[in-house]
Design a binder for this molecule. Structure first.
Ligand code: 5AD
Ligand code: SF4
Ligand code: FES
Length: 363
C-alpha cells in the first residue's frame, strides 16, 4: 500500500486516496498533509490573503433547510433587511479600508420585488465604486435571466453552495418539495457559470448521516464541475432546527474542525489555483480557526461588515463569532490574526480566482 508520502507526491488523487487523506488520524501524517497543501498554495498563489467584506443583507428566507437557524420556520428571530443606504455606507466603509470587494449575502427570496431591488442596488453600488471593484453575490437560486441580468450590470462572482453533492443526503437535510430540489440547485450552478460568473460552491462538513465517502465525492464534484471558488466549513448544530435532534450522533467538535482542515488541504492539492475561503464556522470552534484554515491552503477571508445591531439575527448556527463586534473591529482583528499566521493581506486588489482566469483564457 502507498504511504501517505507517496500519495502526497501525486498530482491527481483517486477517490480511495482522497478517503485515506480525509481519514488520517495520527498527527504526523495529518501535519504532512497540511504542510503539503500549504506549500502548494505558496507556489500557486503565494502567502497572500484576499479580503472580501461580507454584508448580510437580509435574514428573510423562503426556505426551510433543516440545518439553518434562519430557516423560515424559525419564529424565534427578528427578521431584518438592510436599507440601500445602509448597504452603500458599508460599501464606502469597505473602500476606505482598501477592500476591493464585497459579498452580498441573504436568505433566499426570488420574487419580482427582490429581484428588482437587487438589480437597483447593484447599479447603485457600481456608481460609487471604481470599475475594478468586485461584487460577489450569494443570493441563492434565481432564474437564468436574473443571474444574467445581475452579471451584465457588473456583479462578477456568485456563490451557491451545493451543501452536499449526494442527492440522498441532500434529501435528508432538506424538506421534500419543489423549492428544495437537488437537481434544480445543480442546474442553478450551471446557469451561474453560463451567465459568466466566477462560480463558487461549497459544502458543510460533519452533517448528520454524512460519511467520509460523501465528502470525498464532494471534492471530486468540485473538481469535475471545474469550480473557481469554494467556501466550506463544519456543520454546527442550532437548537431551533430539525437536525438538532441528531446532535449526539455527530463527530466531536474538534474532529469536525480537523476534518474541515483536511477537506481544505486535499482540495488545495486537487485544485491549486482556485480561491478557497477560510470560513467563519471554523472560528466558532477554535478561536484561531480561520488562521489555521489559511495554513491548510485557504486564501480568502471574509470579514463581516454587517452592522453590529443586526448580527445577532443572522445566526445560521450557534456560537457564531464576532456578533458583538462592529465592522471596524472585525477588520482590525482579522488583520492582526493574519499577520500572526505569517500571511499577508493583499489590499487594493480584487483577488480574482486564478483558476477562473486560466479557464476563461482557454475558452
Ligand atoms: N452550520 C454550518 N453552516 C451552515 N450554513 C447554514 N446553516 C449552517 C449550520 N447549521 C451554511 C450553508 C449555507 C451558508 C450560507 O451557511 O452552507 O449555504
Ligand atoms: Fe435559507 Fe440559506 Fe438558511 Fe437554507 S441555508 S434556510 S436557503 S438562509
Ligand atoms: Fe470579528 Fe475578530 S474577526 S472580531
Amino acid at each position: 500500500m502507498d504511504t501517505i508520502k507517496d500519495i502526497l507526491s501525486k498530482t491527481a488523487l483517486s477517490k480511495e486516496e482522497i478517503i485515506r487523506l480525509l481519514s488520517l488520524k495520527n498527527k504526523e501524517d495529518n501535519d504532512l498533509l497540511i504542510k503539503k497543501a500549504y506549500s502548494i498554495k505558496l507556489n500557486s498563489i503565494g502567502n497572500k490573503v484576499f479580503l472580501r467584506g461580507l454584508i448580510e443583507l437580509s435574514n428573510i428566507c423562503k426556505k426551510n433547510c433543516f440545518y439553518c437557524g434562519i430557516r423560515s420556520g424559525n419564529t424565534n428571530i427578528n427578521r431584518y433587511s438592510l436599507s440601500d443606504d445602509e448597504v452603500l455606507q458599508l460599501v464606502n466603509f469597505a473602500q476606505e479600508k482598501h477592500l476591493k470587494e464585497i459579498v452580498l449575502q441573504s436568505g433566499e427570496v426570488n420574487n419580482d420585488d427582490f429581484v428588482l431591488r437587487i438589480t437597483k442596488l447593484i447599479t447603485k453600488i457600481k456608481k460609487i465604486t471604481s470599475p475594478d471593484f468586485r461584487i460577489t453575490l450569494s443570493l441563492g437560486e434565481q432564474s437564468f435571466e436574473t443571474y444574467k441580468k445581475w452579471f451584465d450590470l457588473g456583479a462578477q462572482r456568485y456563490l451557491l453552495r451545493i451543501e452536499t453533492s449526494s442527492e440522498d443526503l441532500y434529501k435528508k437535510i432538506h424538506p421534500d418539495n419543489k423549492i428544495h430540489n437537488y437537481n434544480i440547485r445543480l442546474q442553478c450552478l450551471e446557469n451561474i457559470r453560463k451567465a459568466g460568473y466566477q462560480t463558487g460552491t461549497g459544502v458543510m462538513i460533519g452533517l448528520p448521516f454524512q460519511t467520509i465517502e460523501n465528502l470525498a465525492d464532494d471534492l471530486l464534484f468540485m473538481k469535475k464541475i471545474d469550480i473557481d471558488m469554494v467556501g466550506m466549513g463544519p456543520y454546527l448544530e442550532h437548537k431551533d432546527t430539525p437536525l438538532y435532534k441528531y446532535k449526539d450522533t455527530l463527530l466531536q467538535l474538534n474532529e469536525r474542525f480537523n476534518l474541515s482542515l483536511r477537506m481544505i488541504a486535499v482540495l488545495r492539492i486537487m485544485m491549486p489555483y482556485i480561491n478557497i475561503a477560510s470560513t467563519t464556522a471554523l472560528q466558532s470552534i477554535v478561536p484561531m480557526g480561520r488562521e489555521q484554515g489559511l495554513k491548510a491552503g485557504a486564501n480568502v477571508l471574509m470579514p463581516n461588515l454587517t452592522p453590529g445591531k443586526y448580527r445577532g439575527s443572522y445566526l445560521l448556527y450557534e456560537n457564531k463569532p464576532c456578533i458583538d463586534e462592529d465592522s471596524d473591529e472585525c477588520i482590525d482583528c482579522l488583520e492582526n490574526r493574519v499577520k500572526m499566521a505569517g500571511e499577508k493581506i493583499e489590499y487594493d486588489i480584487w483577488g480574482d480566482s486564478k483558476h477562473f482566469i486560466k479557464r476563461t483564457k482557454n475558452e
